[in-house]
Design a protein around this ligand. Structure first.
Ligand SMILES: CC(C)(COP(=O)(O)OP(=O)(O)OC[C@H]1O[C@@H](n2cnc3c(N)ncnc32)[C@H](O)[C@@H]1OP(=O)(O)O)[C@@H](O)C(=O)NCCC(=O)NCCS
Length: 207
């Protein structure tokens, strides 16, 4: 699709709420979506502001509407430990009304903040933490352009690969999408909630 502009949001961008709304539409029923718009706004604000992370967007040239986004981090473990250290109270407050309705979410929320330990690896890598395209713009090449942009700005001399996790089951579109773009399954695992996941890695092609 040539009538979109792909670029990374600046550190002072005020588009976090818009990204949160897109996330809600792209990921219906997912745990983070259930935590609500305020929680997601704070999370994407975190990606935007973090020095080692960012949010790449696809913006319609015609009306400047954001049609898709990709959030990434070059230090995923550091990103989560920073959130835990500085923003745990803010995130808990943002999701308070949901937690009151579903007290069992507290454990999962705290579990999510444990990510800083889980995602620590010996090698340096870039995490594609989430990517979403609004439903009426899917299948037009926007997701592909967002991935291409992240690949093009990744320094593979410094980072070994781009990593991402996605559901194994009932998720053919996303799995095919990544496989067609050169992502290879590195491992499969089951989350504490029983979701079977594929972890993909994209490495620079060497000749
Ligand atoms: C997965 C997702 C990000 C892909 O974004 P997208 O913009 O639909 O992706 P693309 O259009 O680039 O590619 C999708 C398909 O459209 C096709 N396509 C690409 N350009 C096209 C065009 N100009 N016209 C029509 N179709 C096109 C591609 O061939 C591709 O098919 P393939 O997967 O068989 O190769 C999007 O479907 C989405 O947001 N899904 C919901 C959230 C989600 O599942 N996120 C990923 C989980 S981690």
């Amino acid at each position: 699709m040539s009538d979109v502009r792909i670029f990374e949001l600046g550190k002072d961008s005020d588009k976090a709420r818009m990204i949160a709304r897109l996330h809600i539409v792209a990921f219906p029923g997912f745990f983070l979506t259930q935590l609500g718009e305020s929680f997601l706004t704070a999370l994407y604000q975190g990606y935007i502001e973090d020095d080692n992370s960012g949010v790449i967007v696809a913006e319609s040239i015609k009306n400047r509407q954001i049609l898709g986004f990709a959030a990434y981090s070059k230090d995923y473990s550091g990103f989560y430990s920073e959130l835990k250290k500085n923003h745990l109270v803010k995130f808990t407050l943002c999701s308070l009304s949901v937690i009151i309705k579903h007290p069992s979410y507290i454990r999962r929320l705290l579990g999510a903040f444990k990510k800083s330990d889980e995602v620590r690896r010996a090698e340096r890598y870039v995490e594609l933490a989430s990517i979403g395209v609004c439903s009426n713009a899917q299948g037009k090449g926007i997701g592909g352009q967002l991935v291409d942009y992240l690949v093009s700005v990744t320094n593979f001399n410094e980072y070994e690969y781009i990593s991402l996790e996605t559901d194994t089951i009932d998720n053919e579109t996303a799995n095919r999408f990544y496989q067609k773009r050169g992502f290879k399954i590195a491992r499969k695992y089951v989350t504490p909630e029983g979701r079977m996941m594929n972890e993909y890695r994209y490495r620079r092609e060497t000749d």
